[in-house]
Design a protein around this ligand. Structure first.
Ligand code: DGL
Length: 267
């Protein structure tokens, strides 16, 4: 198959990577996508580095069966802990979400005080901090893990008192540090934008890593002459490792449209 027609492979620990797929569908509408959600083993955010690396290697192996032209690690936790290993193991270009998010945040901040929120594994890895300091060592980074946000989003409690109270509790330490930019360092958090805005006020810039990642993917594909810009009808395929029903139902919230057919495969 000509590289232009080859699909882009995307993987996540489960459903959240659909926020990256949504951004891909919007910004690169001719590209076909193969999505793999490891729903049988989600969450990754509470697991150890060695486990996350092992799962991520297996996820890439699965996507390679479809002759993908590049792979997007949509999961912030996998990107934080496994990306260097994946890039060493495989020849196919692999794009994570950390560097694009860090670049956008450094571009946006005026007072050089950036907040980062993510799963425990992402925050403990300091991946965002490292990426930001590679770009600008003078920036101060304040990080906070928000483990309750993932179940809240999957439950659909995106607004309202419970969500607002939890967000206030998590974000108060960051607010005290006068951050002017916040990286939403987890696939699920863009769905909480309204609540996060209420807590932080209108002046703090919220950086959605998903959107920024698509810019990097475009660059990678242009660099290898494999960007699809022709009016070709794209094909979208979704694979999960557990019962597809839940993915199908909740996926709509993440994707902003009905998820097509979802196939179950063994993990
Ligand atoms: N996809 C994960 C992330 O972006 C969140 C869910 C999980 O913990 O696996 O970090």
């Amino acid at each position: 198959m000509h590289p232009i027609r080859q699909p882009i492979g995307v993987f996540d620990s489960g459903i959240g990577g659909l926020t990256v797929v949504k951004a891909l569908m919007e910004d690169l509408p001719c590209e076909s996508i193969v999505y793999f959600g490891d729903t049988a083993r989600v969450p990754y955010g509470t697991k150890s580095k060695s486990t996350i690396v092992r799962f991520s290697l297996e996820n890439v192996e699965f996507l390679l069966r479809f002759g993908v032209k590049c792979i997007v690690v949509a999961c912030n936790t996998s990107s934080s802990l496994a990306l260097p290993t994946l890039s060493r193991y495989f020849k196919v270009p692999i794009v994570g979400v950390i560097r694009p998010g860090a670049l956008a945040a450094v571009r946006e901040t005026q007072n050089k005080r950036i907040g980062v929120i993510g799963t425990r594994a992402t925050i403990n890895s300091k991946a965002y901090e490292t990426a930001i300091h590679r770009i600008d060592p003078k920036v101060k980074v304040y990080s906070q893990s928000c483990p309750l946000f993932v179940p809240l989003v999957e439950e659909g409690w995106l607004n309202g008192d419970v969500c607002l109270n939890i967000a206030n509790r998590y974000l108060d330490p960051l607010r005290q540090q006068s951050i002017d930019t916040l990286i939403l360092g987890c696939t699920h958090y863009p769905l909480l934008t309204r609540t996060l805005r209420k807590v932080l006020g209108p002046d703090v810039v919220l950086v959605d890593s998903a959107k920024e990642t698509v810019t990097e993917i475009r660059g990678v594909l242009m660099g290898s002459d494999s960007l699809c810009e022709r009016r070709i009808k794209p094909r979208y395929r979704f694979f999960v490792t557990d019962e597809p029903h839940y993915f199908h139902d909740i996926g709509r919230r993440f994707l902003g449209r009905v998820v097509g057919s979802v196939e179950r495969v063994n993990s």
